[in-house]
Design a protein around this ligand. Structure first.
Ligand code: G16
Length: 541
């Protein structure tokens, strides 16, 4: 390792002294102007990780659902999954080392992680459409090159597309071809195969309005459109030509405000969906004949998908185990429906797809979705092999057709990461195949009214939690206060947790009516403000 060169180049990407950042829920996220040194250092770290794993590592420059002024970076591990927890710690140490200490910290990491510095390294880089992303990804490249890593810059891609590229490269193309063309071909082939025999030829099932959050999803859907146009026509809104990224639109806005996105023409009963800024989340929505807005979030997506998968398995006559993984944000009605009506085991993990992904790997078929629309389905290697074998061996036509369908479903899901484009195609295929309208899907169960709020505190790390974030440990007294408030409402539940992507504490409440959910959320926000060092305006309570 050429420490002099590292020191020299690092000086071109200086760390603002005293700035401390944490590798959070989805990497580093903060105002873009504070991130140049982090990008350079993540370029360095990616090279070490690549040498250690003897694999291609991904670096994605994005702040996903955050405002346009923010940016962020996360590393993608060999099978397209999120960075291993021990390396998250290395990332935090390296990002926070003061300028003069940085080369030594880098050396320490390479010793601790037993990195063979002679090994070659290969890094793939992607970025979203934020105005700051191009320059920041150049800083990543600077970090990679000073450690003599090789790289390929994919430029503008969705986050899940970059995860896909990493997975493809590390499986020698077995998972797919590591190009955008390869991604579009793989998904569209599976989608067209799945839907070609659908009896429903009505136009209503074939067109979909997509709110692209003024982000990268719009560019990539435009590129993909012609591959699937015989099966689905998509009409794009908030495609980035006028509006600001994630502003009053996109999956995060729609889910947290429970409102239609601005800039989208919605007629009653039309099927609409929203992506987030880097197209790894999707939620569906529609207006009913009375003009009321209905949100179909990640919980209902998980329900639709798992019931379809269960039906297919029944038809094939295979008893592979299915598990659904959620977080504390999952609506109580969804968990009840999955467990009591569908008889599917449900597990709760901490927020962050890395936790859900990990849990979902324990099943033959692991369905994971956060309520915010971030999720996918994982098939174990054994399950995948079994299903592919059955498509060849089965003689009974119905069973064989069901096995083929399941094989296409495997290919249609992005098994490296939650992916709005891939999830959208799976959902559209299921709705076509089951001849379901969006209203029928929505009617599977009634969500409990809920509300999410944010509270500003001086230091959000004063809040620590346990029990998959459903209980507060510190500061003392806060959990007791929440318990007392929850007791005042029927069918109620509330929890708070520090965000890992924004400088806020998140508050979630649900209850028997919207008025009660709102009132409980406000009361809990006030308790957080009073007991956890709130700053700025006191919440109304
Ligand atoms: C990221 C994570 C998600 C998480 C969300 C909010 O989403 O990938 O798993 O639910 O942040 O996290 P927090 O509540 O900790 O701020 P995205 O779409 O922004 O990458």
């Amino acid at each position: 390792m050429d420490l002099d060169a590292i020191t020299e180049y690092s000086a071109l990407h200086p760390k603002p002294s005293g700035l401390i950042l944490q590798y959070g829920t989805a990497g580093f996220r903060t105002k873009a102007e504070h991130l140049d040194h982090v990008m350079f250092r993540m370029g360095l770290l990616a090279v070490l990780r690549s040498k250690q794993t003897k694999s291609t590592i991904g670096v994605m420059v994005t702040a996903s659902h955050n405002p346009e002024e923010d940016n962020g970076v996360k590393l993608v591990d060999p099978l397209g999954e999120m960075l291993a927890p021990s390396w998250e710690e290395h990332a935090t140490c390296l990002a926070n080392a003061e300028e003069q200490d940085m080369p030594r910290v880098l050396m320490d990491i390479s010793v601790k992680a037993a990195v063979n510095l002679q090994q070659d390294a290969f890094i793939v880089i992607g970025r979203d459409t934020r105005p700051t992303s191009e320059k920041l990804s150049q800083s990543v490249i600077d970090g990679v090159t000073v450690l003599e890593g090789q790289f390929h810059d994919y430029g503008l891609v969705t986050t899940p597309q970059l995860h896909y590229m990493v997975y493809c490269r590390n499986t020698s193309g077995q998972y797919g071809e590591a190009t955008l063309e390869g991604y579009y071909q793989k998904l569209s082939k599976a989608f067209m195969e799945l839907t070609k025999k659908t009896l429903c030829s009505e136009d209503e099932y074939r067109s979909l309005k997509v709110d692209c959050a003024n982000g990268i999803g719009a560019l990539k859907l435009k590129e993909m459109e012609h591959y699937v146009s015989q099966g689905l026509s998509v009409q794009l809104f908030n495609d980035g030509t006028k509006g600001k990224l994630n502003h009053l639109c996109g999956a995060d806005f729609v889910k947290s405000h429970q409102k239609p996105p601005q800039g989208m023409e919605m007629k009653s009963n039309e099927r609409c969906c929203s992506f987030d800024g880097d197209a790894d989340r999707i939620v569906y929505h529609y207006l009913d004949v009375d003009g009321h807005f209905h949100l179909i979030d990640g919980d209902k997506i998980a329900t639709l998908i798992s019931s379809f998968l269960k039906e297919l398995l029944l038809e094939i006559g295979e008893s592979l185990n299915i598990g659904v993984v959620q977080t504390a944000y999952a609506n109580g009605s969804s968990t009840r429906y999955l467990e009591e009506v569908m008889k599917v085991p449900v597990y709760c993990t901490k927020t962050g797809v890395k936790h859900l992904h990990h849990k979902a790997q324990e099943f033959d078929i692991g369905v994971y979705f956060e309520a915010n629309g971030h999720g996918t389905v994982l098939f174990s290697k054994a399950a995948e092999t079994k299903i592919r074998q059955l498509t060849k061996e089965l003689e009974d036509e119905r069973r064989k057709a069901a096995a083929k369908m399941l094989e296409n479903v495997i290919d249609l899901f992005n098994q490296a990461a939650g992916d709005a484009i891939s999830d959208m195609l799976v959902i559209e295929a299921i709705l076509m195949l089951k001849d379901l309208s969006i209203q029928q899907w929505d009617a599977l169960y009634m969500d409990l009214p809920n509300r999410q709020l944010k509270v500003k505190v001086a230091d959000r790390q004063v809040i620590s939690t346990t029990d998959a974030e459903r209980q507060v440990v510190t500061p003392p007294g806060l959990q007791e206060a929440i318990n007392d408030l929850v007791k005042k409402y029927k069918l109620s539940r509330a929890f708070v947790r520090p965000s890992g992507t924004e400088d806020v504490v998140r508050v979630y409440a649900e209850a028997d009516s919207q008025e009660n959910a709102d009132s409980l959320a406000r009361a809990v926000s006030l308790a957080v403000f009073q007991l956890a060092g709130g700053v700025g305006e006191t919440p109304p309570g």
